[in-house]
Design a protein around this ligand. Structure first.
Ligand code: FE2
Length: 164
């Protein structure tokens, strides 16, 4: 258990960093598996955004005196954010890729909504700003995926039963 609000904030930053590392792997795997230009573009764009998110959160951890060793134990962190290892690499069906991607974005949105409030209460304005900036990208990525339910369903059906 963390003793202070500062320690609690750092724990939440570590969890956010693990989420971003997961997101990097997921978006890369989803892009590879997409077999559809429109879906691939969504994952490629968000992969680039996620590289920025990972850096922003790493910089906030460094500002709190946490070095690279703090970021190593990703397996434990992934468990801490409530996901199994299977969640890191999505199934290769279009519907599953979009579903798993959407769930990942919603998890990140919820995490950053909390993180920005925790940071606000502990007076860390830089983390508030980072969380708000990242939230914009996560919402945009979730919205793009949500625009593609029809496409994902169609592609999934095609993959399952062949073209009509
Ligand atoms: Fe994301």
């Amino acid at each position: 258990m963390p003793d202070t609000a500062e320690e609690y904030l750092v724990t939440q930053l570590k969890n956010a960093h693990a989420l971003e590392q997961m997101s990097l792997r997921m978006t890369a795997a989803a892009s590879k598996a997409a077999e559809d230009d429109q879906l691939r573009k969504i994952f490629d764009t968000h992969h680039q955004q996620t590289e920025t998110h990972e850096r922003l959160i790493r910089e906030r951890l460094e500002a709190h005196g946490e070095g690279p060793s703090a970021l190593k134990d990703i397996a434990a962190r992934v468990a801490a954010v409530g996901k199994g290892a299977a969640a890191v690499v999505p199934d290769d069906k279009p519907g599953r890729i979009v579903r798993d991607g959407y769930i990942q974005e919603q998890t990140e949105i919820a995490s950053y909504e909390l993180l920005r409030r925790i940071a606000d209460r502990t007076g860390d304005r830089e983390t508030v700003r980072a969380a708000e900036r990242i939230l914009e990208d996560e919402r945009e990525a979730a919205a793009k995926l949500a625009h593609n339910w029809e496409r994902a369903a169609e592609l999934s059906l095609q993959a399952a039963v062949g073209g009509r």
